[in-house]
Write a protein of this length. Structure first.
Length: 317
């Protein structure tokens, strides 16, 4: 079995590559490193079943030989990234998804789209089941990501219905773990890096907004099960345990033992007030649910960032 992962050098892409290699697949990774990090795949340099292609997936993708699966993970995914890269974000969600679907068609391969809880926008239904159509501002700053992913879902379903392609759509909720970039801008990496550097933790708004944080290993397990034995309906994969951003800041301070303070910063425009996946569908179809608690996942992530921050300090010295 041979699969192609776009966005292979990213946080989730690189973990997905590792998982497929561990399951004995041959893996082809594509990335243009616009937000991906070459070091995330550095340990695979001489792996006999892994090959890397440096390419922008919005351009025609030419791959020799058979493929059994195409998993489309390429996209800026952090709010600060897609605000800085709005056109690239729209292009990879629209043109990149089109190219990846076209490749899957040509190879008669299974296709999996990495979609997002952002398709629900600032949700008026809580928790969010897959049947909820969302509350998205198409012209706000987050619209470039939300609408690109909504278009990508529509395109995936069109290929499924019109071309009978075997497709999957995973709606990924907030995920954290090793290999996030220290400057990624997302809340878990920001808070941990700030705590380890002894800088204030930046809570946006009142910190009463909620998110539900899934440890990366749990997420990857859910995605592989969906790929192998799921169906074409969109499927939420995430951890339903919900926390306020303030609570997260306090857990990070407690687990790092940091003396950092907490400061308030303005709430970004259209920042969703609540977010929690309804994972009934994934539980029933895949027998999947998250195993790693927030504290355990944070401990593992803190350990990773301790090494990253120590390296930075050593380089500056
Ligand atoms: N957030 C925060 N401080 C930060 C970064 C993010 O308070 O340094 C908040 C942000 O406003 C949002 C939540 O944390 O309410 C999650 O933000 P993130 O960028 O991780 O992802 P999102 O879920 O918004 O896509």
């Amino acid at each position: 079995m041979r699969v192609l992962v776009t966005g292979a050098a990213g946080f989730l892409g690189s973990h997905l590559v590792d998982k497929f290699l561990a399951l004995d697949y041959d893996v082809l990774g594509i990335d243009n490193h616009i937000t991906g990090t070459p070091a995330n795949l550095g340990h695979l340099d001489s792996h006999p079943r892994f090959r890397f292609v440096n390419q922008d997936v919005t351009r025609y993708i030419e791959i020799e030989g058979p493929l059994d699966g195409v998993l489309h993970f390429a996209s800026p995914a952090s709010p600060v990234d897609y605000l800085e890269l709005p056109i690239q974000t729209l292009k990879v969600g629209a043109l990149g998804t089109h190219k990846a679907l076209g490749l899957a068609m040509a190879k008669r391969a299974k296709f999996l789209l990495a979609s997002t809880s952002e398709v629900y926008g600032d949700p008026l239904v809580h928790p969010q089941p897959e049947s909820y159509w969302g509350n998205v501002n198409p012209v706000g700053p987050r619209g470039v990501y939300d609408e690109a992913k909504r278009f990508a879902e529509a395109l995936t379903m069109a290929y499924h219905r019109f071309h009978h392609l075997d497709t999957r759509i995973v709606r990924i909720f907030n995920t954290y773990g090793p290999r996030m970039r220290p400057n990624d801008g997302r809340v878990v990496s920001n808070f941990i890096v700030q705590a380890l550097r002894g800088e204030p933790l930046t809570v946006y708004g009142e910190g009463t907004q909620t998110r539900s944080f899934c440890y990366v290993d749990d997420l990857i397990e859910g995605i592989v099960r969906l790929f192998e034995r799921g169906s074409s309906e969109p499927t939420n994969i995430g951890n339903p345990k919900e926390f306020t951003v303030q609570q997260l800041a306090e857990r990070v301070l407690a687990l790092t033992g940091s003396k950092s303070t907490i400061v308030r910063r303005p709430l970004p425009i259209d920042d969703p007030q609540v977010r929690q996946p309804d994972i009934t569908h994934a539980r029933r179809m895949l027998g999947w649910e998250p195993q790693v608690s927030l504290d355990d996942g944070l401990r593992r992530t803190i350990e990773y960032f301790r090494a990253v921050v120590a390296r930075e300090v050593a380089e500056q010295a």
